[in-house]
Design a protein around this ligand. Structure first.
Ligand code: MG
Length: 91
């Protein structure tokens, strides 16, 4: 699935439920910060080798972070009417 397709899928999902009107960039930003904090808690204060071990042991938690963070980024893109794929390729 392309990134644009995924962004549109999230947009349709929210629209079907009327959630597209719940515009709150501050809450989404805080939620993203929380997700980053969860990843940080897994690997803070340890060296790179230990981080690699932790990622192997806690792959599911790291995978959750990637899914949740990507979802939130795309929701932010939808709410602010930004094409995430286009922005990615512009930088
Ligand atoms: Mg999470």
């Amino acid at each position: 699935m392309e990134l644009k397709e995924l962004q549109n899928k999230i947009k349709r999902f929210d629209k079907e439920r009327g959630w597209n009107k719940d515009w709150n960039l501050k809450d989404l930003s805080l939620n993203l910060t929380e997700e980053i904090g969860e990843l940080w808690n897994l690997v803070k204060w340890v060296d790179v080798e230990k981080q690699k071990e932790i990622v192997k042991k806690k792959k599911e938690e790291v995978s959750d972070f990637v899914g949740d963070a990507l979802f939130l980024i795309l929701k932010i893109a939808n709410q602010t009417d930004i094409d995430a794929e286009k922005e990615y390729f512009q930088h």
